[in-house]
Design a protein. Structure first.
Length: 76
């Protein structure tokens, strides 16, 4: 997501306590923050709506991960 300049710390403080939050990282590039959520789709959807309502958020983009390839089995 993108956060308005100067709002990063305030955003991080609020975002870290949201349900389903696994990780919140500040990044450089087209976006300012990457959040990793875990949970059922309702919890994730509710959390995304809460994130969008935090003051200072200017833009979000949600990406839903999926497993396309089977996990390789460990040798042994």
């Amino acid at each position: 997501m993108q956060v308005y300049p100067g709002k990063e710390r305030e955003f991080l403080k609020k975002a870290k306590s949201l349900p389903g939050m696994v990780n919140v990282e500040m990044v450089h590039g087209a976006f300012d923050v990457v959040i990793i959520l875990e949970g059922d789709l309702r919890t994730i959807d509710d959390t995304i709506l809460k994130v969008r309502s935090i003051q200072g958020v200017s833009r979000t983009e949600s990406l839903l991960g999926f497993e396309m390839f089977p996990t390789p089995s460990s040798p042994g």
